[in-house]
Design a protein around this ligand. Structure first.
Ligand code: GDP
Ligand code: MG
Length: 440
C-alpha cells in the first residue's frame, strides 16, 4: 500500500529537520497515484498536489514523526480542509415548513435517502416531515415512496401522474395545513443529465423556493459523478450533496472532486440500503478513506501522543547515566505543568513508586520562577552551568525578573538533583528530591 511505499522511500530521510523539495516531490508521486486510484478527478489531483507541495516544502518535521508521516499528516489535513473542515448541517427555514428538494440522476438514491433524511429529522429533531412524490415518470416511483414512508411512519403526499410543479406546490400547502414542518420533495431523475429534466427541476425550484436543494450522488460512479454534479449545480445552484453507497468499496474520491468543482459541501453520506443508514458527513473520516490509510493516520496520532512519553523515557535514561542538564530540568518542568498529577511524574523517574509521591504538591509559583530563569539562559549555559559567573547570573536574573539569589538557589537544587542521579539505581526516592518536590 501507499504507506509502505512512502515509508520505504523515506527510510533514508529519517531524522532530517525539514522537508526538502526533493522529499516532498517523491512523496507526492505516491499521493497523486493514491488520489487518482480513489477516483479523484485528474484536474483536482493536479491542483491539490501543487497546493500541498507548496505547503509541505520547508515545513518542519515534528520530532515525533518521520518525514513520511509528516507529509501524510499534511496531506490529510489539507484533504480535510478542502472537503469543508467541520461538518455542514441542514438549514432549517425560519418560517416552516423547511422544504428540501432531492435531485440527482436516476438510481443515485434520491427516494431512499430523502426518506432516510426525513426519518433522521423525525428521530433526532422531533420534526414532523412530509414526503412528496414528484417523480411521475419512473414506474412504481410513487409506490416506492409510499413503502418507505410507511416503514418510517412518515406521511406521503401524492397526486398520481400530474404536473410535478403542481404537486410540489400542493405538497407545501398540504404541509402548512397539516402541521408538517418539513417537506422532502422526491423528484425524478434521468440516466443522464438532460435539458427536459433540468427544465422541470428549475420550474419546481421557482415554484416553491426550497430551503435546501440537495444533490444526491452515487459514490460508485466515480468520475461521472463530478460531471453530473457540475451540471446540476450550474442549473440549480444546489446547497449541498448527499453522497450515497459509501458502504460499497468506493474510495470516495468523488467527494473531493465534487467539493472542488462545485464548492458545495457534502452534508450527508448514505451507508446502506436500510432506512437508518445515513450519517452526517465527516471530512476527516473521508480524507483517511480517500488516502486509504486510516491505520497510518491513527498511528501518526499515536506517535505524537507517545512522544511525550518517549521524552520521559529519555530523561530517565539520562538520569541513569548522570547526563542530566538544565535543559532536561526545563523539559521536565514543562511536562510537569501539563500533567496535573505528581504520581504520573513518579512513573517517569527510575525506581520511584507512585505511592512515594502521593499527596505531594509542587509550588506553582516556584515552578514559574524556575522556568523563567532557565529560559533566560542561553542553550550553552543550560548545558554547561559551571560557566555561570556573577555577571552571567546578573543578566539571567534581570532577564527572568528574579534575583541572583534565586538563580543561585536553582543552581544549587539542580546540582543536588544531579548528584542524586548517581544514587538512582532502584529502591526509594531520595528524601532530598521528595523535599524539593514539596513532600514532607
Ligand atoms: P433514485 O432513483 O435516485 O430515487 O434512487 P433510489 O432511492 O430508488 O435508490 C436506488 C437504489 O440504490 C435502491 O436499490 C436503493 O436501495 C439503493 N441505495 C440508495 N442509497 C444507498 C446506499 O447508501 N447504500 C446502498 N448500498 N444502496 C443504496
Ligand atoms: Mg426515486
Amino acid at each position: 500500500g501507499l504507506s509502505e511505499k512512502l515509508s520505504a522511500a523515506f527510510k533514508k530521510l529519517r531524522g532530517k529537520g525539514r522537508l526538502s523539495e526533493a522529499d516532498v516531490k517523491e512523496a507526492m508521486r505516491e499521493i497523486r497515484l493514491a488520489l487518482l486510484e480513489a477516483d479523484v478527478s485528474y484536474k483536482v489531483v493536479k491542483q491539490f498536489v501543487a497546493q500541498v507541495t507548496e505547503k509541505a516544502v520547508g515545513a518542519d518535521v515534528l520530532e515525533a514523526l518521520s518525514p513520511a508521516q509528516q507529509i501524510i499528516k499534511i496531506v490529510n489535513q489539507e484533504l480535510t480542509e478542502l472537503m469543508g473542515g467541520a461538518s455542514a448541517k441542514l438549514t432549517i427555514a425560519s418560517k416552516p415548513p423547511t422544504v428540501v428538494m432531492m435531485v440527482g440522476l436516476q438510481g443515485a438514491g434520491k427516494t431512499t435517502n430523502g426518506a432516510k433524511l426525513a426519518g433522521l429529522m423525525k428521530r433526532q429533531n422531533g420534526k414532523r416531515p412530509l414526503l412528496a412524490a414528484c417523480d411521475i415518470y419512473r414506474p412504481a416511483a410513487i409506490k416506492q415512496l409510499e413503502v418507505v414512508g410507511e416503514q418510517l411512519g412518515i406521511p406521503v403526499f401524492q397526486m398520481g401522474q400530474t404536473d410535478p410543479v403542481h404537486i410540489a406546490k400542493a405538497a407545501v400547502e398540504h404541509a402548512i395545513k397539516h402541521g408538517n414542518d418539513m417537506v422532502f420533495l422526491d423528484t425524478a431523475g434521468r440516466l443522464h443529465v438532460d435539458e427536459a429534466l433540468m427544465d422541470e427541476l428549475c420550474k419546481i425550484k421557482a415554484a416553491v423556493s426550497p430551503t435546501e436543494i440537495l444533490l444526491v450522488v452515487d459514490a460508485m460512479i466515480g468520475q461521472d459523478a463530478v460531471n453530473a454534479a457540475k451540471a446540476f449545480d450550474d442549473a440549480l445552484d444546489i446547497d449541498g450533496v448527499v453522497l450515497t453507497k459509501l458502504d460499497g468499496d468506493a474510495r470516495g474520491g468523488a467527494a473531493l472532486s465534487i467539493r472542488a468543482v462545485t464548492g458545495k459541501p457534502i452534508k450527508f453520506v448514505g451507508m446502506g440500503e436500510k432506512l437508518d443508514q445515513i450519517e452526517v458527513f465527516h471530512p476527516d473520516r473521508m480524507a483517511s478513506r480517500i488516502l486509504g490509510m486510516g491505520d497510518v493516520l491513527s498511528l501518526i496520532e499515536k506517535a505524537e501522543q507517545n512522544f511525550d512519553q518517549k521524552k520521559a523515557l529519555e530523561l530517565q535514561e539520562k538520569l541513569r547515566k548522570n547526563k542530566f542538564t538544565l535543559s532536561d530540568l526545563y523539559d521536565q518542568m514543562v511536562q510537569l505543568k501539563g500533567m496535573g498529577s505528581l504520581s504520573d511524574i513518579a512513573g517517569m523517574l527510575p525506581g520511584v513508586k507512585a505511592s512515594d509521591l502521593e499527596g505531594a504538591a509542587l509550588d506553582g509559583k516556584a515552578l514559574q520562577r524556575m522556568e523563567a530563569i532557565i529560559t533566560s539562559m542561553t542553550p550553552y549555559e543550560r548545558e554547561n552551568p559551571s560557566i555561570l559567573n556573577s555577571s552571567r547570573k546578573k543578566r539571567i536574573a534581570a532577564g527572568s525578573g528574579t534575583q541572583v539569589v534565586d538563580v543561585n538557589r536553582l543552581l544549587k537544587q539542580f546540582e543536588m538533583l544531579q548528584a542524586m542521579t548517581k544514587q538512582f539505581s532502584g529502591g526509594k526516592m531520595p528524601r532530598s528530591l521528595r523535599k524539593m518536590m514539596g513532600k514532607k
